[in-house]
Design a protein around this ligand. Structure first.
Ligand code: SF4
Ligand code: SF4
Ligand code: FES
Length: 454
């Protein structure tokens, strides 16, 4: 195996299960195999995350050597003959999965990830029908954190993806790994709950978890209660783009579910009104612009920092409390809707605002985290939760007719047309946000508006 820096302009020739393939130097065995449509099973591997190669599911034989190589972590080399699937490799993979299952609660049928679980698919593809191994771990109670994330650590397969994404992508370090060998576990610093540590509730750990160990807190039962309560009105705000997430949820290719079909489905679930959340985003932008112009004129703190979720507020308050004054006064676009629903809609239908359940549909778990006491959105529901509601109601979303959004009166903030154009930058993720925050601290940021998206 080569240890020099790979040069992707050079080609490497090899065979995978007897099939010749040519790939650029530095290509991992896993990717080379995909090129010839050979599927090597994986568990800990995840695109764009650093390879820890801890699960060993992806092992392959190289040139008939006794020592197997992890296909996710090793590059190909010139002339190598790789075997990805034989009796020996199958037995190793089976043993690994059987050991994982032996330490796993056997409640697949009622697990939130049922049929969307990578461990379940692995067990199925390896033909595992049962295990003779004795289970030596106890069931743990799922921990619900800030009504946003749930941790069921007895389902953890110790793949390390959440640690990678939290530590190295988001740079938050709310999750870590502890101990070695059979005591190795995925935990938090001092074994504290996520709420007690630096977690900003971005939800990225749940997004990468292959099993039901980390997932969004499902609030669909509360929504059904509200819908069934004839004395209440249940109001939805949803962005048209959520239809894309719904397509992924149902496994539909392309744009089978359009925004119009999604609106019809939400109405069929029993929601009284469905409003376009895109309007709130636009109005929130206008509000921030008014605040920014005011800051410019009065020598206020620049840049103004805005963001789409409470996680951004948490991030700034936890890691950069000295820069908290840069946060916009109203960071919560949903609030604009909540205010309009309160001021106009509740009056127009002659219902007390306390009898309205305001539900925001969101592609991102981080939006479930409430902005604080002033946050009037009762629930934030992900595409996964909406998908579950649609399935439970037996709605065949593919064949639905389209419906338009309901209209609502929203007071637009007054813009000053003489305002000069402003320098605005959008930052994705906390790793880059950190660089910008450091620059602001040093007085080296000449942008007037920083928007942080998770
Ligand atoms: S929600 Fe985000 S910050 Fe919190 S543990 Fe998960 S990845 Fe880390
Ligand atoms: S919680 Fe999920 S992502 Fe994290 S190590 Fe366990 S199985 Fe992997
Ligand atoms: S997928 Fe390669 S070691 Fe886990």
């Amino acid at each position: 195996m080569s240890h020099h820096q790979p040069d992707p302009s050079k080609s490497v020739n090899l065979t995978i299960d007897g099939l010749p393939v040519t790939v650029p130097e530095g290509t991992r065995i896993l990717e080379a195999a995909r090129k010839v449509n050979v599927h090597i099973p994986t568990l800990c591997e995840y695109p764009d995350l650093c390879k820890r190669a801890v699960c060993r599911i992806c092992v392959v034989e190289c040139d008939g050597r006794g020592k197997l190589a992890a296909a996710c972590a090793n590059d190909v080399w010139e002339g190598v003959n790789i075997v990805t699937n034989n009796r020996r490799i199958q037995n190793i993979r089976k043993t690994i999965v059987e050991l994982l299952l032996a330490n796993h609660p056997q409640d697949c049928l009622t697990c939130i990830r049922n049929k969307k679980c990578e461990l379940q698919s692995l067990a199925e593809s390896l033909g595992i029908r049962g295990t003779s191994l004795e289970r030596d771990s106890a069931d743990l109670h799922p921990e619900i954190e800030r009504a946003t994330l749930v941790r069921s650590m007895d389902k953890c397969v110790k793949c390390g993806r959440c640690v990678e994404v939290c530590q190295n992508v988001q740079t938050i370090q709310a999750i870590n790994s502890a101990h070695r060998s059979h005591e190795y576990e995925i935990s938090t610093p001092y074994k504290q709950s996520l709420s007690e540590g630096p977690c900003v509730f971005c939800g990225q750990c749940a997004a990468v978890c292959p099993v039901g160990a980390l997932y969004e807190h499902d609030q669909t039962a509360e929504i059904w209660d509200s819908i069934r309560d004839t004395g209440r009105q249940t109001i939805a705000q949803v962005s048209p783009a959520l239809a894309d997430d719904l397509n992924n949820e149902f496994g539909f290719a392309g744009k089978t579910i359009t925004a119009g079909k999604m609106i019809t489905a939400i109405k069929l679930l029993g929601f009284n009104k469905v409003f376009d959340a895109g309007i709130a985003a636009t109005v929130s932008d206008m509000e921030h612009n008014v605040e920014l112009q005011h800051r410019i004129k009065t020598g206020g703190k620049l840049p103004i920092i805005t963001g789409c979720s409470a996680g951004v507020v948490n991030f700034v308050n936890y890691f950069y409390p000295d820069l908290a004054g840069h946060l916009a006064a109203n960071m919560n676009p949903r609030q604009i809707f909540a205010d309009s629903i309160k001021a106009d809609y509740a009056q127009s239908v002659e219902i007390d605002y306390s009898n309205i359940t305001s539900v925001s549909f969101t592609p991102n778990i981080s939006q479930k985290y409430q902005f604080g006491a002033e946050d009037k959105t009762d629930f934030a529901i992900t595409a996964a939760e909406l998908g579950r509601m649609i399935k439970l109601a037996g709605i065949d979303i593919e064949t639905l007719p389209e419906s338009p959004f309901d209209s609502i009166n929203i007071n637009l903030p007054k813009q000053d047309n003489t305002d000069k154009p402003i320098k605005r930058e959008t930052i994705f993720g906390f790793a880059d946000a950190r660089k910008v925050m450091e620059a602001i601290r040093k007085g080296e940021c000449d942008v007037q508006w920083i928007e942080i998206l998770i």
